[in-house]
Design a binder for this molecule. Structure first.
Ligand SMILES: *[C@@H]1O[C@H](CO)[C@@H](O)[C@H](O)[C@H]1NC(C)=O
Ligand SMILES: *[C@@H]1O[C@H](CO)[C@@H](O)[C@H](O)[C@H]1NC(C)=O
Ligand SMILES: *[C@@H]1O[C@H](CO)[C@@H](O)[C@H](O)[C@H]1NC(C)=O
Ligand SMILES: *[C@@H]1O[C@H](CO)[C@@H](O)[C@H](O)[C@H]1NC(C)=O
Ligand SMILES: *[C@@H]1O[C@H](CO)[C@@H](O)[C@H](O)[C@H]1NC(C)=O
Length: 399
């Protein structure tokens, strides 16, 4: 009798243990998914105050104008100083290698918080202007599309493009059009991103050389965004900088109308990759590196959730701020001259109209989101240097 009772007890204990183990397993699975969903709100984001010393190497034709808007807005709303071009200039000396004296107010002020205007990277001179704890980052775009955009934007400026009837013709025999005669105006025609990082765009694509330069970029730049994966890049940028979601939400600025975009045939794309082989290597390396970091830090599920949050917030702001359903408009359709972007070459550069009837505070937030970069630079310049003559934006009123 006693022994049967003992056997029964043992039997129940085993069942109980099994049930307990099963519950724990289920709970663990459940908690795992939940933790993953909750971490964007709590953990994950490294602790500490937001990063406020930032240097963005603004490469050309890479969606960098949209990043500039993010940085200008952050600087303005946090009262940060920006290393702006001196005097009447709109670039920090580009295409010459950057020198500290290209910055307005250098010397009178020890260091700046934010540096983000076009320049050709030159670390020792940048370090004279920026604090030692500065977060360096940049952006790259697939060189095929970067070159295509460059061709349309700098068609009448770069001698190498002036002579070419089309990008296809240029790529079929680039040496016919591109030579060393006017190097500084031809920087847009070959390995332009490589050039922006301060390197030689005409260097032979030699393995040791390429690896050494890429390692140099990797040492200095904590993050390189990829235009083709812009929202994923912004998720990572926001984590690194510990900024709020609204700080990194932006509308696409300085984009072209569909009419201005040429689609290249596969052979032409291959030629573009060969012609801009240094840019191609740089791009491939940092595309891999971006995805490596995303995988290591977020995982696919959390990445999707974060990208969805970013896009939802962008849609919300577009519905709040923008007329015409948020579609970018060409310049003849933009009513406020202050919101008309600078036009260049054969490209129609698009901008936005604000919804009428916004209250003052909302209008102010919305206006910042759609202010084209040159107007925004002029505004920050006047705020920072009220005693200096304002930047002159001659095309502001022009239509
Ligand atoms: C912004 O910074 C300037 C100096 O950089 C300072 O004079 C001014 O008081 C600050 N304004 C606010 C609102 O913090
Ligand atoms: C270089 O290009 C310029 C104009 O693009 C042309 O006038 C000149 O003849 C070219 N020089 C050579 C050596 O091809
Ligand atoms: C960039 O990386 C992603 C993810 O690994 C990949 O799907 C994509 O093909 C890469 N792009 C290029 C142009 O190599
Ligand atoms: C601007 O857009 C309007 C309406 O879509 C179009 O009729 C006009 O031709 C466009 N102008 C230019 C310069 O593209
Ligand atoms: C809104 O701004 C306009 C013009 O800047 C000003 O005249 C008006 O008083 C402001 N309204 C409020 C409620 O602040």
């Amino acid at each position: 009798m006693l022994s049967t009772l003992g056997g029964l007890q043992r039997y129940f204990r085993v069942i109980l243990l099994l049930l307990l183990a099963l519950t724990l397993l289920l709970l663990a699975g459940f908690l795992h998914t939940d933790l993953e969903l909750l971490t964007p709100l709590f953990g994950g984001q490294a602790e500490g105050p937001p990063v406020t010393n930032v240097m963005f190497l603004k490469t050309h034709k890479t969606a960098s104008s949209t990043v500039l808007n993010i940085l200008y807005r952050f600087a303005e709303t946090h009262n940060l100083s920006v290393a702006l071009p001196a005097g009447r200039d709109v670039h920090l000396g580009y295409p010459w290698l950057f020198l500290a004296r290209y910055v307005e107010g250098v010397g009178s002020q020890q260091r700046f918080n934010v540096m983000c205007n076009h320049l050709r990277f030159n670390l020792p001179e940048v370090q004279k202007v920026m604090p030692s704890d500065t977060f360096y980052f940049s952006i790259l775009r697939n060189p095929v599309f970067q070159l295509e955009s460059s061709f349309s934007y700098y068609k009448s400026y770069a001698p190498a493009f002036q002579g070419a009837p089309s990008l296809d013709a240029f790529l079929a025999s680039p040496r016919t059009f591109y030579n060393d005669s006017d190097r500084l105006r031809n920087v847009y025609a070959k390995n332009n991103m490589w050039f922006d990082f301060g390197f030689d765009p005409d260097a032979p694509v030699e393995e040791g050389y390429v690896r050494a330069r890429i390692a140099e970029v990797e040492r200095r730049f904590r993050l390189v965004l990829i235009a083709e994966h812009f929202d994923e890049s912004l998720v990572l940028l926001r984590r690194r900088l510990r900024w709020a979601l609204d700080d990194v939400v932006a509308f696409r600025l300085n984009s072209r109308s569909a009419r201005s975009v040429t689609r290249l045939a596969p052979e032409a794309r291959e030629r573009a990759r060969r012609w801009c082989a240094l840019d191609w290597r740089l791009y491939q390396h940092f595309n891999r590196s971006l995805w490596g970091q995303l995988r290591a830090e977020l995982g696919p599920r959390r990445l999707r959730a974060e990208v969805a949050r970013l896009r939802a917030r962008r849609r919300e702001l577009a519905a709040l701020c923008l007329q015409d359903g948020g579609a970018p408009q060409n310049r003849t359709q933009i009513h406020d001259p202050g919101l008309r972007p600078y036009q260049s070459g054969a490209a129609d550069i698009l901008g936005y109209n604000l919804r009428p009837g916004l209250d003052n505070q909302t209008r102010r937030v919305c206006q910042r989101l759609v202010t084209p970069e040159l107007q925004y630079m002029a505004l920050l310049y006047s705020l920072q240097f009220p005693e200096k003559p304002p930047k002159n934006i001659p095309w502001r009123g022009a239509c």
